[in-house]
Design a protein around this ligand. Sequence first.
Ligand SMILES: [Zn+2]
Ligand SMILES: [Zn+2]
Length: 186
Amino acid sequence: MQNHRGLQALRYAFSNLRRNWALFHQAVQMCRRSLYNKSGFSPTERSIMIEEDGKGKCEHCQQEFGYMLLHSGFGDLTYAYCDSCGKTAILSLWNQRMPRLPDCPGQREMCSAMEAYLKPCDCGGRFKTGSSPRCPHCREPLSAKLATAYLERNAPGSKKGWRWQQNWSDLYCIVIGEHRIADNFI
Ligand SMILES: [Zn+2]
Ligand SMILES: [Zn+2]
């Protein structure tokens, strides 16, 4: 009799556990979805963003655009810009399709050997080393040197001595607006 009641209690506790687990799982899914919906970025992408960095100004047409800086070391990624429209390709070093190339360390702009492993951009351009991000209005390439003015003005870290790298190839990459693609391996 005792055993029987024990078993019943156990069964009850177990069904509760299962229900709670389902609720917990549901809550996690809801959090993930709301994060994703907020910006259109996946949780992985959000985790590598350092700041929603505000507005930049094009030196060619003087129009403003939103941008985001990504720290390729925090995110363990490498990146490249489209040679035609300036879209940013963000490539995770943990992606299984990432080719293992010698002398291609990551945490900076990708090496040129990686170009052959990437799908072309939907604009018809290619992701090539040495390319620049571009103004979303006039499509002219943006100067990494002139970008210093707005990048350092908007970055809270500047007060503590953070300085923009002044090139489009070191640790930080930029996404102009939402002009980006992730892990576009062939
Ligand atoms: Zn493109
Ligand atoms: Zn422009």
